[in-house]
Design a protein around this ligand. Sequence first.
Ligand SMILES: *Cc1c(COP(=O)(O)O)cnc(C)c1O
Length: 462
Amino acid sequence: MEKNQLLRKLPKMDELLNEQIVKLELAKTMRIIVIESLRESINFYRDVILKGEIKDFSEREILEDFKRRVEIKKQSNFKNVINATGVIIHTNLGRSILSENALDNVITVANNYSNLEYNLENGSRGSRYKHVEEILKRITGAEASLVVNNNAAAVMLALNTLCNGREAIVSRGQLVEIGGSFRIPEVMKFSGANLVEVGSTNRTHIEDYESAVNENTGVFLKVHTSNFKIIGFSQEVSLEELCKLSVEKRVPVIEDIGSGTLIDFSKYGFTHEPTVQESVKSGIDVVTFSGDKMLGGPQAGIIVGKKKYIDEMKKNQLTRALRVDKMTLAALEGTLRYYLDEKEAVKNIPTLHMLLSSSNRQKNRAQILKEKLESKIHTFKFTVEKDYSMVGGGSMPGEEIPTYVIKVKNNKISPEEIDKKFREAPLPIIVRIAKDEVIMDLRTIFDRDFNTLVDAFVNLSE
Ligand SMILES: *Cc1c(COP(=O)(O)O)cnc(C)c1O
């Protein structure tokens, strides 16, 4: 048909609104979404007609196009995904998954009014920070605590409170960048602290700190180099040395410990990762860390340390701007409760559980999933192999956790195609591609995901 004829054949909005399929949709979907989808469908067909890309079409095709558009518009932008990458604290996939206690607490607080800032005993105004203060003190051994939006905010607040307009002395080996958006020198600039670099990239000595101290020094800042390691001829000043100098010179020490582990991972065969408790015990004045990395809770910046400094921070106007939300506090409290007993924490906090569960367990699970897949799918080849998971989230760089994965092969569909199709699935699956193979790591896949994975492969092979 001619372009003009086709254009004349395009249905009008009013006509489409009278179609049964559209009427049914209107009964269950917001009118604005229906209208927008219809308009998009008509415009889409007008476009392809004008470009000469089609010779004919039927109204049914337009209505099918409309249905697809409506379904997409009705979906929430937020989607669950299956993390088959084996990266446990995957920042792009939401870092830590919340534990049961944390979730229960969030739902209760979100679904009801609460004593967020209300003292029930006196009937007076209370503090939102109280809900986690005692438990943080108890677990870390610190005198006081404060929670803000994230660790970047925690570092900013600590520096702004203790070092605005003064000098912060930092080792050159610790001027780190975390995930592109957090750079220690930039954060310091915004906080009002002036950066004084000491030592060299690979070696810093206590004398370097000592000789940089003057009447304008505000703090010593120690930053955990979370996401990289300097190996070979290197030296960092120990917590003890720095704390000793801090007392001598009357200059407080702030430590950004990054991941903020509350349990000693070396007990479980990992490389030693500094714990918050160790820093507090050494006498560090202020320690800051993330809530959603190795701790396994919600996004939050936790500050623990000496009461006099934390009290100053609470009075800082910046704290109001960095204020943590009630759902976050509820999730954090739920998470922290498990830490009263390490066994419970390891069992119930998904991030810890995934980190510490054995590779043998993954091997068994891989076998089970493989059999499920093979019972329904014959066009793919699945093999169980040994591989390594990663901690992620800029934590424990270079730590390779032995695991088992399923490798996927198909002669007709390329790994890139599988990856793309899986990302477009109703419940998207994020896989890893290495050496031209699709790899699914069992460590970050839940048992409840198994059937979805099987269905995804069934869809692919159709
Ligand atoms: C991850 C990290 C940060 C940033 O923490 P967020 O909670 O993501 O803001 C800051 N410092 C160090 C050392 C880190 O590892």
